[in-house]
Design a protein around this ligand. Structure first.
Ligand code: URA
Length: 272
């Protein structure tokens, strides 16, 4: 494959160097060396998933703080307040603050990650550590941003949220009960944003949204759907920082997501 100047610029934003390798497309991306992420991550490898979530339709543990029916009716300010006040699981005891999510409230792109880490817990914003820098570079590579400047074009904006709104102590993996109790918030965020595409990053986002415990490697590369919204599965940025060669696949995933949005925008309203 040969790369256009625009593609080269995009890949450079992601920390990827490219050369033209006619024989093998997947070898056409070389990865710039990158230091390992300093803090421990919850997603250093993508092993088969062992955490079991309730299957669709199964009864999740009842929330102790806020009834899910109440969450389902909330507008943005009410939802933000409810998240900030949530004591539905023990994570509220160790958090500095909740991490609600950031971005344009009607962004065409919704990015779903896992849970806040130390830096996110300190700053109250998702993906602000090294994973976040990579995520921002990836988004910038396809012309997207989490900023909401004056008169933003929602088609160029993302809303970034996590499956958990509180940091698990020591950056351990989210527990099934924590995911179940926090899930109503994410569901409502997606309903309010009404994105054109969801990018599910890492196995916990995938478990929550697709109810699948299959490895990311098996789920990526095709378009899934969450409540009718196209959903593309990709690797978590923390995983990419440790597995540099997978960045090429993450780039493919981004291109798949972008192509999906563009195709749906090109279709006449109401068309299949
Ligand atoms: N990893 C995540 O999944 N979310 C964050 O907000 C930060 C790191």
């Amino acid at each position: 494959m040969s790369w256009t100047e625009r593609q080269r610029a995009m890949l450079a934003e992601m920390g990827l160097r490219v050369w033209d390798a006619p024989a093998t497309e997947s070898l056409a991306v070389a990865v710039a060396p990158e230091a390992a992420e300093a803090r421990p991550t919850r997603d250093p490898v993508e092993p088969p998933v062992t955490v079991a979530l309730p299957p669709p339709g199964a009864v999740a543990p009842p929330p102790t703080a806020i009834a899910s029916s109440a969450v389902a009716a909330m507008d943005w300010p009410a939802l933000r307040e409810a998240v900030a006040a949530c004591t539905a699981c023990s994570l509220h005891q160790s958090r500095r603050q909740t991490v609600f999510g950031v971005g344009h409230p009607q962004a065409h792109w919704m990015i779903v990650g896992e849970a806040p880490g130390e830096e996110e817990d300190r700053r109250g914003e998702p993906f602000v550590g090294r994973s976040g820098q990579l995520l921002d570079n990836m988004l910038r590579a396809i012309g997207l941003s989490r900023q909401t400047p004056e008169s933003p074009d929602p088609s160029k904006q993302v809303f970034i949220a996590n499956t958990l709104k509180c940091r698990p102590p020591g950056n351990r993996n989210p527990l099934p009960e924590e995911l179940a109790r926090c899930e109503g918030f994410l569901i409502r965020q997606i309903e309010l944003v009404q994105p054109k595409i969801i990018l599910a990053m890492g196995r916990f986002a995938v478990q929550s949204l697709l109810r699948s415990s299959a490895p990311i490697g098996q789920l990526r590369g095709r378009v899934h759907h969450y409540q009718g919204v196209p959903l593309v599965v990709t690797y978590h940025p923390a995983y990419l920082l440790r597995n540099l060669t997978e960045k090429a696949r993450a780039w493919d995933d981004l291109c798949l997501a972008q192509g999906t949005v563009e195709a749906s925008a090109a279709r006449p309203a109401g068309g299949a």
